[in-house]
Design a protein. Sequence first.
Length: 396
Amino acid sequence: MKGYPADPDPYPNYRWLRANAPACPMGGDTAEESTCFVTSYELVRAGLLDSRLSSDPRNAAGADPSAPAERSVLDSDPPDHGRMRRVVNPAFSLTAVDALRPTIARICREAIAGLAGHGRADLMAEYGLVVPVAVIHEILGVPPEQRVDPVLFMDRFWWAAAAREPDPEAAEFIDAYVTRILEYKRAHPGDDVTTALLRALEDGGLRDESELRGMVTAVLGAGHTTTVPLVSAGIVRMLQHPAQRAKAMADPARWADVVEELLRHDSVIQVSTNRYAVEDLVIGDVPVPRGGTVLMSFAAANRDPARFDDPDVFDMDRPRGGHLAFGHGTHFCLGAHLGRAEAEIALRLLFETLGDVRLTVPVEDVVWSFGPMLRGPAAIPVTFTPVGGARQGARA
Ligand code: HEM
């Protein structure tokens, strides 16, 4: 483990860009090499709906169209995108996620039981991280004895896919882990997403082993690197805003409002995956040549004052909806219902159990990390009155 570097607050930069250059060419000596970074709500939303912007890296300037790739929904366009997405959609529907709620609650309770007697914890490493990693393994049908340590798991995924300088060793680790999961599920099929993907390989829903591996990796990765910072950011915001926490505690239906505001305010996925122009086009007043790269900032769009009043204020009472935290259009998040359910349940059960939990550092000293693509607290050091039978084991 290398640890997560502290990221500066990006919102002042987003504010400047939105006001002065809502579509902004960045880096690169030529138009093809530069990336157009988009920050206003209007342009981000329009870009996510624009079929001239492809998610397929083979459309990038200078790309080798025959390069081998483990493809998934994330890096494909219609119609391949829809074919792959249909295989996994049923497992992430509202009905399917509602049926998972007791499992999510059990996982949360087990994690809370593991720390509640100690009186002090890092709620990121011991809770925010543990719950989503366990949930996505359940969904993929991977039993506990087949899993790696959740802290190591998150670490490898971040270094492989989301870090500024990706680490090839972390990518090798994930490759080997996906191989292991597929071997296990071929021998032990069940009522789970990996088995559904294996069956799709037989009936033509997936074309080849490369798509199978791409989809397992996408669900494993997108299924936890997102929810870990969402739950963790939620813990910090609820500690920071006790009056809003009290409202949710008094009426548990209000946790859904907390989570919706959390999605908007903290945009745990800060930016879209790369998009590539399939023809010459103009975004705002910036020309993007065919093959040029476009990145859309969900985080900047979600704090655009043209769309949200007082956008930097965390306010669970603001009207719900309209945020782009789950993306928009074709690539709208597969796991949106799941992410919402996990965050609601995890926050409610945590605060119901640990009544007087408090940060051991001022909230402004909480370190935020996982950039540039993700953003969430790197650690959440807290103390609380020990709960349950393990009081005598309280940590020093
Ligand atoms: C909980 C917080 C989550 C957030 C904020 C989030 C956010 C997003 C966003 C912004 C996108 C679109 C990316 C783009 O257009 O470039 C996306 C796509 C996706 N998400 Fe999530 N996500 C979350 C949870 C999950 C979970 C739990 C899963 C579990 C499977 C998941 C799986 C995916 C997949 C597979 C895609 C690609 C969809 C496609 O290309 O059709 N996400 N997510």
